[in-house]
Design a protein around this ligand. Structure first.
Ligand SMILES: [Zn+2]
Ligand SMILES: [Zn+2]
Ligand SMILES: [Zn+2]
Ligand SMILES: [Zn+2]
Ligand SMILES: [Zn+2]
Length: 296
């Protein structure tokens, strides 16, 4: 009787774990989240381990990327039992061509291989993997060193002919293999990608870092506080600005802001900008510590 009760209880627990899994399944994004979930309970850990559907998309991003070795990658991907569909490895600096090869050999159905910033991989290693993946539709390799025009043209003519399936292209202006942003200017968007005059990498064409619109001689260019980045007037207007030099940080550099403690007067605090840029912060006189007299 007792064992029956126990079995029933276990069965119940098992069922509820699976129900929860089905609910959270669509929201689990990366391996980090998945591994965090395994710590919830033993039955949760077992359910996650045995659920092959959970492992068909493997996403490894910082902070886990730096710890991912070839062996761990092989172990994690083997849980999909050959059904791995999406492999996303961002800045996994320890994954080598051999490690990737092992995953590809065991999982021939991969449709997305996204490996930006995996600096141990080589163009040759990736080309070999691509040639054996007949279902591959998307390949991201920005930040993998050594790709040449010839690699890209062979990839796009033989394996991935659809426009946009590879994240890098040959820049028509400097002839280097680089990311080429699309342009948000309406007159540019109307043209075919090949005819677009502003088609070029970030080095060759001046663009707003926020909306990537091309900045020609007839557009007003605004300087950002992050040194080197430029903005279009529309983006400049809406971004919060340094209260000393009135320059905004772009969104990706917004962590460089030095927040200024708000004053007690709420109305005054709301009226003035709440941060200063690094240049102003370190400039003599604005840093409160500069006024401090260190002389004894
Ligand atoms: Zn270029
Ligand atoms: Zn803009
Ligand atoms: Zn443009
Ligand atoms: Zn400033
Ligand atoms: Zn910036």
């Amino acid at each position: 009787m007792r064992t029956e009760e126990k079995e029933e209880e276990e069965e119940q627990q098992w069922r509820s774990v699976h129900e929860v899994l089905l609910i959270v399944l669509p929201y689990l994004h990366s391996l980090f989240e998945l591994l965090s979930m395994t710590r919830v309970s033993r039955s949760f850990r077992d359910a996650i381990r045995d659920e092959t559907a959970l492992w068909t998309n493997v996403v490894v991003e910082p902070p886990l990327s730096s710890r991912l070795t070839d062996d761990t990658l092989s172990e994690i991907t083997s849980k999909s039992a050959g059904k791995l569909n999406t492999l996303i490895l961002r800045q996994c600096l320890r994954v080598t061509d051999n490690g990737l090869r092992r995953v590809i050999d065991a999982n021939p159905l991969i449709t997305k291989m996204i490996v930006p910033g995996c600096t141990e991989l080589t163009p040759e290693g990736i080309m070999k993997c691509v040639s054996s993946l007949t279902k591959l539709e998307t390949l991201h390799i920005n930040g993998v060193y050594g790709f040449t025009k010839h690699h890209i043209s062979s990839l796009s003519s033989t394996y991935l002919p659809r426009e946009g399936s590879i994240d890098v292209e040959v820049c028509p202006k400097c002839d280097e293999v680089r990311m080429i942003p699309s342009c948000s200017r309406r007159s540019c968007k109307q043209r075919q990608s090949k005819e677009r005059k502003c088609k070029g990498c970030w080095f060759c064409v001046s663009r707003c870092v926020e909306c990537s619109v091309c900045l020609g001689p007839e557009t007003e260019v605004q300087e950002a506080a992050c040194g080197g980045d430029v903005l279009c007037l529309e983006c400049w207007i809406v971004l919060p600005k340094c209260c000393f030099c009135n320059k905004p940080y772009c969104t990706s550099h917004s962590s460089l802001r030095h927040e200024i403690a708000s004053s007690d007067d709420a109305a005054a605090a709301a009226a003035r900008p709440m941060f200063e840029c690094q240049a102003c912060y370190y400039r003599e006189g604005t840093n409160p510590y500069d006024a401090f007299d260190y002389q004894i």
